[in-house]
Design a binder for this molecule. Sequence first.
Ligand code: PLP
Length: 371
Amino acid sequence: MIPVNEPLLDGNEKKYVLECLETAWISSEGPMIKKFEDEFSRYIGTKHGIAVCNGTAALEVALFAAGIQENDEVILPSFTIISCALAILRLGAKPVLVDVEPDTWNMQVHAIESKITSKTKAIMPVHIYGHPVDMDPVLELARKHGLLVIEDAAEVHGAEYKGRKCGSMGHLSCFSFYANKIVTTGEGGMVLTDDDAMAARARSYRNLCFQEKERFCHEELGYNFRMTNIQAAIGVAQLEQIEKRIVFKRKMGQCYREALAKIPGIQTQVEKPWAKTVYWMYAIQLSPTLGQNARQVMQKLKEAGIATRPFFRGLHSQPALNRRGLFIGEKYPVTEQAYTYGFYLPSGMTLTESQVHIVCQNLEKILLNHG
Ligand SMILES: *Cc1c(COP(=O)(O)O)cnc(C)c1O
């Protein structure tokens, strides 16, 4: 079986983890946390990094740090992971959706303004599958309307927009270090910001809102979203190799693009002229004229020993959200089309060039043999 992803731990991971064990620094009180926060935030280009236990928590921490409260509205794409909506709902705020572009599956920035109301407090662009959102119009809109921008950069470690790193452009940004992300700590996440006050709020929320003056007196309700020193140790080792990882991903992307160009009816994620994409996952969308949807083709690939993953189901059609009265009757046709016909191919750090060719040959056979 060619897996969708397999984490690669070929640097100093073992050495640094052993250091944690030998020194008994195994909780979130340990020197690796600050080192990872400092090095990752420096790499992305922000003043502060606040490490947390996963990317979903990072989103919630960022929204809290931004001061998002009950009845506020946050605008985000319909095509994204549930984590984004969860974070908004946990703070009592309301997610408001815009559809995505058919060639990048990133949010339609021109559709944002019509969704802004007197309750809107923030825009949450989600950089999808390694490709940046067109950020300048988002930042411009935010300035014009006095909104905050919170980037979900969980899929774009090292990607760039007009030479600026994803995760460095919003007031806050969030990363995930889950095992399939470009830099991993197994489970983990980080909030980045240049703002001192927001950083302090994020640190507080991550750690039960303990107070300096009187530790066990709580003015606000926080969580335990702390990362362990052991996780951070893995992250420090991964970060030492990030440039190599990005070169690998871009080469993989080019290899797929060239091999898939010969197969009619397959749309790949376009790399915009202003983007440096990092191909977190190599995503494709089938043309309906091929007569098969994503699930049918994925099943046949599975039978050929090739693992894939479906695209996100739109937030507007999540039963758990509809049951709360959200998005009833709203339509996001590009998201629907992507959900029906899109999936991603094996894209891990251990994938070989010959495996890319096996995947593409099988895909071609499956598409051509149909009907
Ligand atoms: C992975 C991911 C998350 C959530 O990260 P976890 O660490 O799995 O909680 C959030 N947003 C996006 C876009 C992701 O891809």
